[in-house]
Structure formats: C-alpha cells, structure tokens
Design a protein around this ligand. Structure first.
Ligand code: G4P
Length: 577
C-alpha cells in the first residue's frame, strides 16, 4: 500500500527532534539524602508505587519487622536489617524515565554514598519535620552543594507533631546556608494536620484522618480562591490554627524568597514540600512538581586528552590547550560515561565485579566497542546490566542519565574511569572525601598476607575504606579510614567471607583527616606532635590525621601557608600500578 503524501501546509517544516534530545529531556536522575529514620525507605516505596515499579506497599521493606529494602543483599545488611550498599531503582512516570540512585540509610554510611551523589543530577532532601536538619543530611548536603546540583526538600511526618514550618525553613538557611521557597504549606500539624495548600496551583490537598478514604492517597485536590477562601477555614481544626496558617502565608508572600527556577537549578534555592510519606500524602504532588522542575541531564566538564597513557593532551591533534576542558553536552552523538561505583561479589554465587557507569552523552548500545580513556584500550561492553534489587536484566540501550552495570571480568575498571566512543576526553574523576574514623588492621594468619592485600585493595576500590600508608612502611601495616564506623565491620566481615582472611581491627583515636597542600610542608612537624600523624594516601599525597578539633585548628593557625583539604586534591583517578 502506498503511503499518504505529506499534507501541504505551506509552513516551514519543523525539524524532527533527534531521538537523543527526546530521551535526554525525559530523564530525571536523582538521589534522596536524609538522616536515618527520616522516612527514606517509606518515600522510596511510595515513589516506586507511582511508577508501577512495585505493586504492593510494603514490598520495599521485605518483612514488616525487618528493615530490608529491595536493594539489600549483603549478608551483614540482612543480619542488621539495614541498607549498606546502594543500587539504582528506575521507573517510568508520566512519560518520564526516573532513575533513583539509592543511597544507604544507616547512620554509619560509606564513601560510596558520597560517590553516588556524583552521578545524580538533583537531590531530594528528606527531613523529619519534628527533628529538622540532622547530621547525616548536613554531610550529604555538603556534597550536593559542592557539585551545585538542585535540591528539593520534602518535610516529612506532618501527621505527627512537628516543628513550626518557619523554624524549619530558618534552619535550612542557618545550618545549610540555602534559601528556601515553599511550594506547599501545611494546614496545621500532628492531630491538627488537615492537609497542604499548594501556593502555585492554588489548591488544597486534604489529608484524611484514619478510617477515612485515604486508602490510595488519591483524593482529588480542592481548588480554592486563595487563603481567604472559606473552604479552607472549613477544613481547619479550629479558628486559631486557621488564623495562624493565614498569617504564615501572608508573611511568606511578603518576606519569603520568590520562586526562581534559575536559582533552584543552581542549588541556591530549594523548593520545599510538606507531607507524610507513610500516609502517601503529598508524595504524588511532589513527584509531579519534581519532574517539571528538576533538570534533565546536563553538560559535564571533561579534560581533553590524547588517550595515550593517562596524560592530558598537548598533542590531541585538535589544536586545543594541554589538559584543557570541554563541556560535553548529553546530546553529543559521541557516547560517553564514567564509573562512579564498583561492587565486587555482589552475587556470592557468581563472585563477580560490577562497575556502575553513569551515561553522560550519546546513545549506549549493547555490544558496543568503547575506548577506556585511562588505559587507552578498546573494551567491548557485551553484558550491560540493569539492576533492580537482586534481579539483573541485560539491557540493549541506555541514554544520558541512565545507570548501566558492567561486568568487569578483567578488573580494568576503576572509580572515576571514563568510557567513550569517538571522544578524546576524560571526565574529572570522582573525588575522595575525608574519613572520620580510623583503625589499624592486624592479620591473624600471617600466611594470608597476599589475600589481605588483595581484599584491602578491592574494598578500598569500592569505597568501603580508604587506605593510608605510614611513612617508610610501604604497604605494610596500613591505617584504614572510613566515613562511617560501621565500615570497619563490613570490611572485617567481607575479608572473611570473600577472601578467607581473619583480621583484628583496632580503632585509633583520630577524628579528622586532611590532605595537606602547600609550600614547606614538614611531615615531621605533625609526627612529633602528640595529637597528629602524617600519613600518605595511595597516590603518595600527604594526609594529616588529628585527634581533636583543637589540634586541627592549632595546625591551621600555625601553618598559614598550608591548605588542609577535606577532599583529595587530585580529582583524577589514580593511575593503574
Ligand atoms: P529511613 O529509611 O529513612 O531510615 O526511614 P524509614 O522509611 O524506615 O522510616 C522510619 C520510621 O518512620 C518508620 O517507622 C516509618 O514507618 C516512619 N515514617 C516514615 N514516614 C512517616 C510519616 O510520614 N509519618 C509517620 N508518623 N511515620 C513515618 P518504624 O516504626 O521505625 O517502622 P515501621 O514499624 O513503621 O516499619
């Protein structure tokens, strides 16, 4: 059958949107940052329900009395019922492809949590409205701030007595230094909580109390004419709560920060939503606004290189500056991505090593041959995997913003590595963050020193711990650092189960590590002092450990020419030895 001719409209034809631009525009890749118990598991579950990725509430937490999420799989996690290693959850919602990077929720979190944030384009900051900003949220926020990604705030547990909303906003500004702009505002809290008012849509989402029709959280929003609408008064618990609500909204209009998308996208202003994840209240509105406002994958800076060894280019053939940088647009036809997470022995039955790659530009297709930039080597990506909890599915294609699991049989892939097709660049690697817990490690059977070395190398590569050398000791008797104390237990358990090595871990009394940079650094000065040590990281860079805040301050004041950095100064991954 012949095709119908194109209608003649007389208008200039609009260029078709390239598939890549379309795919990029519909992707949202983000992570949730929160303190333990703020409700991250609960919120994740509700988001997945909307995406149809799971069908039953409670599926994320496998058993009611255990704190598993579907992404839990390590034995130690199962024993303790907490989530230690992160994975990626993805689902479609209203035509958008949502990639939710799952970060560990326990108070002892690892560097892996930080690294995961380098693959996200936005963050959702979940706060328990009774508690406000808690320490772990603050740390994770700092990493987001460093990257300048937009942050969306969800104030949770409004069904419980909560702090005053203005108090919470003030805390965001005082503790985190970020200004806020509430999109929704609560109508009371605790047993007086009746719902939220959406300042943009000018409608009210009504919260149904127990026994009422809140089963699916799908009550239709009620349009109102404004805060003076008598309908709102009718919804409130009492006159006093209504008056308070009204004056709060008036104050917000007068003195609050106006909504400014540009500032949101720069991470300078956070849109704030109120709700209750457990009651599935305010979650869908949040998700809708989030996909509207959050950015699709954007350009990332890369260092130009000639793909010979791992040196920056000065003869890259394209006349650009030695080691110059270029912004790689996600719609660039050349495929590229970087590794932000490595996980060995994910599946004890396979004992394999999986590298997680964030796609940054171009289309990724199964079986494609790509260039491993650091090693200047061609690699065939034959078994790209999508992980949803323990299930792995081979994927045929992926687009910028997506996360692809790569089985790394040769052990060639490292955190921060760039894979690309047709480009001559490397993404700036994944930074290493300063640990706050330290320990020495003693092997119980000296015959197994080799296995210990192998295990430590692998687990350091994954970000379970960082390894520091004592000066003059080489690889012998390293000092381990971790951003969360639980990591030492994880290390000990994994060394035993995966490498058959028994070790004793002895905690050391240091609390800060700083990479020291600058002229006249004298390691002996720090070694002589009772409260500090000077070690080396795996790249040979000096790292000073301190036992107290005071010690750190004293060192800073007495060494004004030195910089004491919380993030390792080299952003590029260490060269392969
Ligand atoms: P996390 O992953 O951030 O650590 O938090 P999680 O979702 O596990 O939630 C921590 C606790 O807070 C859970 O209670 C959960 O039910 C509760 N929670 C989450 N969202 C809300 C909310 O909107 N309102 C109220 N009132 N509670 C909420 P739990 O008693 O520790 O566990 P469970 O018995 O409910 O499973």
């Amino acid at each position: 059958m012949s095709q119908a001719p194109e209608p003649q409209t007389g208008l200039t034809p609009i260029a078709p949107i390239a598939p890549i631009a379309k795919e990029v525009a519909r992707r949202r890749t983000f992570a949730i940052i929160s303190h333990p118990d703020a409700g991250k598991t609960t919120l994740t579950e509700k988001l997945l329900l909307y995406g149809g990725a799971i069908h039953l509430a409670g599926a994320v937490r496998a058993k009611a009395n255990q704190r598993h999420t579907t992404s839990d799989w390590m034995e130690i996690e199962k024993q303790r019922g907490i989530s230690i290693s992160s994975s990626v959850l993805n689902f479609e919602y209203q035509g958008f492809q949502i990639n939710l990077l799952d970060t560990p929720g326990h108070k002892d979190f690892s560097e892996d949590t930080y690294r995961t944030l380098t693959a996200a384009d936005a963050a959702v900051m979940l706060i328990d409205a009774a508690k406000g900003v808690e320490p772990q949220t603050r740390k994770l926020f700092e990493v987001c701030r460093m990257r300048g990604i937009p942050i969306f705030t969800f104030m949770n547990k409004l069904d419980r007595p909560s702090r005053e909303p203005f108090d919470l906003l003030e805390e965001l500004e005082k503790v985190l230094g970020i200004r806020s702009c509430p999109v929704t505002w609560p109508l009371g809290s605790g047993d007086r909580f009746r719902g939220v008012y959406d300042r943009h849509a000018n409608d009210v989402l009504l919260f149904q109390t127990e026994g009422e029709a809140n089963v699916k959280g799908k009550l239709a929003p009620r349009g109102v004419t404004g805060v003076d609408d008598p309908a709102i008064r009718g919804m409130m618990a009492d006159e006093q709560t209504y008056e308070q609500f009204k004056s709060e909204i008036e104050l917000l209009e007068m003195a609050g920060d106006p909504f400014d998308l540009e500032q949101v996208l720069k991470g300078q202003l956070t849109p704030v939503f109120f709700g209750s994840a457990m009651n599935n209240f305010g979650v869908e509105r949040f998700l809708q606004r989030f996909i509207e406002l959050a950015p699709s994958p954007s350009a990332r800076p890369a260092i130009l290189c000639n793909l010979v060894g791992n040196l920056p280019a000065n003869q890259s053939g394209d006349g650009r500056e030695n080691g110059g940088t270029e912004l790689i647009e996600p719609t660039d036809e050349r495929f590229s991505g970087f590794i932000f997470k490595i996980q060995a022995n994910m599946d004890p039955a396979h004992r394999d090593r999986v590298a997680f790659m964030r796609v940054c530009s171009g289309k990724f297709a199964r079986n494609m041959n790509v260039k491993h930039a650091r090693l200047n080597k061609d690699v065939k990506l034959a078994r790209p995997l999508n992980f949803f909890a323990q299930e792995r599915v081979i994927i045929e294609e992926a687009w910028p913003g997506d996360i692809v699991g790569l089985l790394d049989t040769s052990g060639d892939l490292r955190i921060g590595d760039t894979l690309c097709d047709g480009g001559k660049f490397e993404y700036q690697g994944v930074p290493r963050f300063s640990p706050e817990h330290f320990a020495g490690v003693t092997i119980l059977d000296p015959m197994k020193r080799k296995q210990l070395q192998k295990g430590l190398d692998q687990l350091a590569e994954e970000g379970v711990v960082q390894i520091f050398r004592q000066r003059g000791f080489g690889d012998k008797d390293p000092i381990l650092g971790a951003v969360g104390a639980l990591q030492f237990e994880v290390l000990q358990a994994r060394l035993k189960s995966e490498y058959s090595v028994d070790v004793r871990i002895e905690r050391l009394p240091y609390i800060h590590a700083r990479w020291a940079v600058g002229p006249g650094l004298d390691p002996d000065y720090f070694e002589r002092r009772e409260d500090s040590r000077c070690l080396e990281d795996r790249d040979g860079q000096p790292v000073i450990l301190f036992k107290s805040d005071w010690g750190l301050r004293y060192a800073q004041e007495n060494n004004p020419k030195l910089q004491f950095l919380t993030v390792a100064p080299t952003l590029r991954s260490p060269a392969k030895k």
